[in-house]
Design a protein around this ligand. Structure first.
Ligand code: ADP
Length: 497
């Protein structure tokens, strides 16, 4: 491990909010770097603005006026004399034009250079590029499809297929079609939604792999021509194509399969001359042990802590050193994985209302703690979860020498967490962590459907609704004893029951 005496930058600005802004500030400050936070009108009392050494108001609550407002962020950078900008994830993190603007202004962007951002940010272009480079991609089309050709293409691929917006992300607008009729409908719906959300109507097709697992590789390109890996993460626990619980290593991989996956990811990263942190996402088909590249995310990911927990590498620290031209601080052979880590994303969402965002004031807020528990949060008791942004409250990550130890620690940590004032998805997280398929490690991206996890949660709430008022406490306690029912969590998310 390379030891540096001088900080790589004197001052950096963090162009983000919430937990990731807090997390970036912590690593930067630990390196002796002065940190500048930016905040919107909705975030005046936010944790990220308090934790940074300096903070700058950059505009109104609407993200377009603040966290997506390139001019305001450049102004704040200049005004505070920051030498570099860390974009976090989301917002401007994958905008090549932002990275370019910073370069023109003589400010360092802590992330991949604009040409890499452009290449991997164009979903169809990236599919073509990686397929040409000999990297397996999910079978499908390499250009946008129109409704005339789509049916014959789908027949060739074989149903079911998945319709994807070419300019998309965040799982938005993706539709699965099992036959011609569904395909015609999906094409129309997906294209309309894509046009509305991303300003681009084009959609393309991929073969839908129903039993697949989402396994991704953390890559670091040192900026000097070399790419490194920090092993894989499994992110198959998803709701509506959005990750909920992530773990490292993947319980699906044998050492041989892992080697194979890592070699494909390194080949892909090398082909596109990847620089800084990035995630190469794959679908793994257990029926034939094939990996297919899904996409490349050219930023730090929400789920990066599980990788940090098993490798001991601070990914944000590496990002900063790479951006400063210092390369990575380790040799590939020094990176060993130890134990297992699992992360759960706690969202302000209402499970009784189809997980609609549930913004509001955190009247009670107690974070879990204990051996090998890590909490990444953007909030504190009394703080407000704003209506304008992603409702992620905190990420709870556990580590254990075995996967089972990590799993138990995380389930207990979720039980210990106390949040009132907003609804949360904790009851769902807890149900997944205790689900038999998850416990066994043998699960796919359809775990919520296959295991009927949401339906079962609903049924529990219904049963509890039927209990007569005065007997409620006793009955609930006995249910809990008998079935390990998570009544305390349930009553916390639905205090009126
Ligand atoms: P986005 O960029 O919108 O997040 P991705 O292409 O990364 O979309 O896919 C997100 C998730 O959707 C994957 O993790 C997986 O669960 C599911 N998915 C995407 N493509 C396929 C496919 N061809 N077959 C099966 N599942 C898929």
């Amino acid at each position: 491990m390379k030891v540096h005496v001088e900080p790589p930058f004197r001052k950096i600005l963090i162009a983000n909010r919430g937990e990731i802004a807090v997390r970036v500030a912590r690593s930067a400050k630990a390196l002796g770097i002065t940190t500048v936070a930016v905040y919107s009108s909705a975030d005046e009392k936010s944790l990220h603005a308090m934790i940074a050494d300096e903070s700058v108001w950059i505009g109104g609550a609407d993200p377009e006026e603040s966290y997506l407002n390139i001019d305001a962020i450049i102004y704040a950078t200049k005004k505070t004399g920051a030498e570099a900008v860390h974009p976090g994830y989301g917002f401007l993190s994958q905008r090549a034009d932002f990275a370019e603007r910073l370069r023109e202004e003589g400010v360092v962007f802590i992330g991949p250079p604009p040409n890499v951002q452009r290449l991997v940010g164009d979903k169809l272009g990236a599919r073509r590029f990686f397929a040409n480079a000999g990297v397996p991609v999910v079978p499908g089309t390499y250009s946008a499809v129109n409704s005339r050709d789509a049916i014959s293409v789908a027949e060739e691929l074989g149903f079911p297929v998945i319709v994807k917006p070419a300019g998309g992300g965040g799982g938005i607008g993706m539709k699965i079609a099992s036959n011609e009729e569904e395909l015609t409908k999906s094409l129309k719906e997906a294209s309309e939604l894509a046009g509305k959300t991303f300003g681009k109507f084009e959609v393309y097709l991929e073969k839908y792999l129903p039993k697949a697992r989402h396994i991704e590789v953390q890559i670091l390109g040192d900026g000097k021509g070399k790419v490194f890996h920090l092993f894989e993460r499994e992110c198959s626990v998803q709701r509506r194509f959005q990750k909920l619980i992530e773990e490292a290593p993947s319980p699906a991989l044998s050492p041989e399969l892992r080697e194979h996956l890592l070699s494909i990811a390194l080949k892909a990263a090398d082909a596109c001359r990847y620089v800084n942190a990035g995630t190469f996402e794959f679908l793994f088909d257990p029926s034939n042990a094939n990996f297919y590249l899904l996409e490349v995310n050219s930023r730090i990911q929400v789920e990066h802590p599980v990788t940090e927990m098993i490798t001991g590498v601070d990914i944000v620290r590496e990002q900063i050193y790479i951006a400063a031209g210092e390369g990575v601080s380790f040799k590939q052979e020094d990176i060993k994985m130890r134990g297992s880590a699992i992360e759960a994303r706690v969202y302000a969402e209402d499970p009784s209302n189809n997980f609609a965002p549930s913004p509001g004031k955190l009247t009670v807020y107690r974070e879990p703690s204990g051996p090998w528990i890590r909490v990444d949060s953007g909030y504190y008791e009394g703080a407000e979860v704003p209506f304008y942004y992603d409702p992620l409250i905190m990420k709870v990550t556990s580590w254990g020498i075995t996967r089972e130890e990590a799993r138990r620690r995380l389930a207990l940590a979720i039980e210990e967490t106390m949040i009132e004032g907003v609804s949360t998805n904790m009851v769902l997280l807890h149900a997944v962590l205790n689900n038999r398929a998850f416990v066994s490690g043998n699960y796919s991206t359809r775990i919520l459907e296959e295991e009927k996890i949401l339906e079962n949660l609903q049924r529990h709430s219904m049963q509890r609704l039927r209990l007569p008022k005065k007997e409620k406490a006793e009955k609930v306690v006995s249910v809990r004893r008998a079935e390990g029912e998570i009544w305390r969590l349930a009553s916390r998310i639905r205090p009126h029951l």
